[in-house]
Design a protein around this ligand. Sequence first.
Ligand SMILES: *Cc1c(COP(=O)(O)O)cnc(C)c1O
Length: 433
Amino acid sequence: MTDPRRRIPRTDVLLADPRLAKAAEELGREPVKAAIVTAQDRVRAGDIVPEAVADVALAAVDEPAPHATSLSPVVNATGVVVHTNLGRAPLSDTALEAVRTAGGYTDVEFDLTGGHRARRGRGALAALADAVPDAGDVHVVNNNAAALLLCALTLAPGKEIVLSRGELVEIGDGFRIPELLTAAGARLREVGTTNRTGVADYAAAIGPDTGCVLKVHPSNFRVTGFTAEASIEELTELGVPVVVDVGSGLLRPHPLLPEEPDASTALRAGAAVVTASGDKLLGGPQAGLLLGDAALLERLRRHPAARALRVDKLTLAALEATLLGEAPPVAAALDADVSVLRSRAERIAAELSARGVTASAVESVAAVGGGGAPGVELPSAAVSLPEPYAEPLRSGSPAVVGRLDRGRCLLDLRTVPDSDDRALVEAVLGCAS
Ligand SMILES: *Cc1c(COP(=O)(O)O)cnc(C)c1O
């Protein structure tokens, strides 16, 4: 009887332990049984004494689940900054903290001084208005598609929306802006051609049935060569409201992305309302930003559908923190200095090589992604591994998603915060063993 394995308490005896019985009542029998079996195995492995089985099993079921979500955290080593399949913009730490606060009871719609109802999300709206002084007023909805829907419902019910044939954009996953607008009860009046549309094309189409002119930024494709488009300034001369969908959510011009339109410039050019996404180049939560003429914004806010497109309190908190807090990860990735990326790649590759992994530091080209700036190449640096690393890296924890390129698995560092370098090394070493 000296072998401790012979003294392992039986499962049915353990399940009768009042503390474990209570846990089974609360959590169900299966997870408790699983914890018991694991604890019994640890006795067999010589890891714990038989007397500890009940306590160890209880501690295991008492621990909060490490991930109460089916989502897996991912290290984005693809070099695509705004990666739609990886959730677009990651939030800053400040924004995550704000979401935590917003998750409890908060004064999102309450005036603590007066003890009465207050304007919902006023902090986020004020931060957005301050960030874009050219806007008479601002409003936030669920996403940019919702912002466009609200514009169509408010400005063009049963009327025409005039837009260029070069701007009939499919956003992704089969959703198309023209179909979104007709679903809102507007009729489309397409003008010009795929490559060339001038202000005269718009002018010829405008009449008593016109609800608005819409200008959509082709954010996920590029037409080059013999092209022409009407400027916002020209369109505002036509005497109808001009709605401008800038897409990416840049609030001001970005020095590295000179072709990418921004909200402030569009408003200064005379746009009645500008729409944009919150989770592309702005680097915040999924949201649709509406900025523009104060009277028009009031109509948008008062439309019955506005309530159906309303944003969540968590979104409002994350948006405000993105606008007021430190630069979000998207901005950090765009602005990262390539020489710093190179030395990180060299350091990681050297450490991996020293541990027996075939790894080298290589030049790479990163991209903004589906969020905007099509065709813009961002110089970058990567750690190159043999291609067979790709699959185990993806199934690790955290998952690491690299980019396959001519038989290599590239880990592009432009989209990896340097705080993740250690995790990256460990993940590769974990695959090698
Ligand atoms: C991304 C994009 C949209 C859709 O935005 P969501 O926030 O995903 O709804 C609409 N228009 C343009 C120009 C875009 O780039």
